[in-house]
Ligand binder design. Structure first.
Ligand code: SF4
Length: 281
C-alpha cells in the first residue's frame, strides 16, 4: 500500500465541524435513552426533567444553539493510519485551529485557562489530544466536548489485587453516590479497569464514546456493566438529583491488562449532555 498524503487543514476542517455538531446535536443514542427513561421513570418530577431534556435537545438541534452553557473542554481521540503522511503543517496546531474556529463560528463558550493564574485563553484551546497509530491509510477523529460539572466528579484509584470485583463495584457505585446531583444526572458512567494510573483514566474517558446501549463484547464485562447499572439506579439520586429510578443511562467498562500487584480503576462521569461526534478522513 502506498502512502496517502493528507494536508493537516483537512483535520482542522473536521475538528471545526465536530465541535459545532457535538455542542448542538445530541446523539440519537442519547435522545433515545432519554425517551426510554421517560417511559420508565416513576417520579413525576423526574419525568418532567426528562421532558425538559428532550425538549432542550430538540431546540438546540433545530436552532443550532448549544445544548448547555458549559460547552466543555475538547478531548480528541485520533487514530492515524501508519500509511498516512500528514503535510502542510503540524498535527496539534491543526487540531487546535479547528477548535478555535469551531468555538468562534459556533458562538460557543471559551472555557480553557491557565490552571494557576486562571487567565482565560479566550478560544477554548488547547484540546486534550490522544493519538494512536493504527494500520491503514485513514484518520479517525473522535471528539468530545467534556463538561466539567461531571468531569470534576471523576476519580482514579489503585487498589491491591485483594480488592477484587466486589471492591471495584463498591468503588464505582460509591463514586456515583458521592457525586449526587453534581454531575448533572442522568449520567453515563465510564469505567476504566487495568493498565497503569493514566491508562485506566484514558480507558474510562474512551468508554464514554461508545453509544448508549451498546454492550462490551466480552459477556463477563457486559454482565458487570448491567449489574453496576442496576445498583447505580437503585441509589435513587434520579434525574438532576431530584430523586427517581434513573440516575444513569448506562455504564461502559473498558479493560486493559495490568500488573500482578494492582487493580487500577478510573470512573469518568458524563452528564446527560453526552456530546461527542466522530468522522473518518
Ligand atoms: S455537567 Fe454537563 S449538563 Fe451539567 S453544566 Fe456541565 S456540561 Fe452542562
Amino acid at each position: 500500500m502506498g502512502v496517502r498524503e493528507i494536508p493537516v487543514d483537512r483535520i482542522t476542517e473536521v475538528v471545526r465541524r465536530l465541535c459545532i455538531e457535538a455542542n448542538t446535536i445530541l446523539g440519537d443514542d442519547v435522545v433515545a435513552a432519554l425517551e426510554t427513561s421517560l417511559a420508565i421513570e416513576e417520579s413525576p418530577v423526574g419525568q418532567d426533567v426528562f421532558r425538559q431534556l428532550i425538549r432542550n435537545a430538540d431546540i438546540a438541534r433545530t436552532e443550532g444553539i448549544p445544548l448547555c452553557q458549559d460547552t466543555g473542554m475538547v478531548v480528541v481521540f485520533l487514530e492515524i493510519g501508519q500509511d498516512v503522511h500528514l503535510t502542510r503543517g503540524d498535527l496539534e496546531t491543526a487540531v487546535n485551529e479547528g477548535v478555535r474556529q469551531g468555538y468562534r463560528d459556533g458562538y460557543l463558550r471559551a472555557s480553557t485557562l491557565d490552571p494557576l493564574t486562571r487567565k482565560n485563553f479566550g478560544d477554548n484551546t488547547p484540546a486534550v489530544i490522544h493519538t494512536r497509530i493504527v494500520p491503514g491509510d485513514r484518520i479517525k477523529v473522535a471528539l468530545a466536548a467534556k463538561g466539567f460539572g461531571s468531569e470534576n466528579m471523576s476519580q482514579v484509584a489503585l487498589f491491591p489485587p485483594s480488592h477484587g470485583i466486589d471492591g471495584i463495584k463498591k468503588f464505582v457505585v460509591g463514586r456515583v453516590d458521592a457525586a449526587g446531583p453534581n454531575p448533572c444526572p442522568p449520567v453515563v458512567v465510564g469505567v476504566g479497569i487495568g493498565g497503569t494510573m493514566e491508562k485506566a483514566a484514558i480507558l474510562s474517558k474512551e468508554s464514554l464514546l461508545r453509544p448508549i446501549g451498546h454492550r462490551h463484547p466480552n459477556p463477563d464485562i457486559s454482565q458487570l456493566e448491567l449489574e453496576l447499572l442496576k445498583e447505580i439506579n437503585n441509589l435513587g439520586i434520579g434525574p438532576q438529583g431530584l430523586g427517581g429510578r434513573i440516575t444513569a443511562l448506562d455504564v461502559h467498562i473498558e479493560t486493559y491488562p495490568t500488573h500482578i500487584g494492582s487493580i487500577p480503576v478510573a470512573v469518568n462521569l458524563q452528564c446527560h449532555s453526552g456530546r461527542h461526534k466522530e468522522s473518518i478522513i
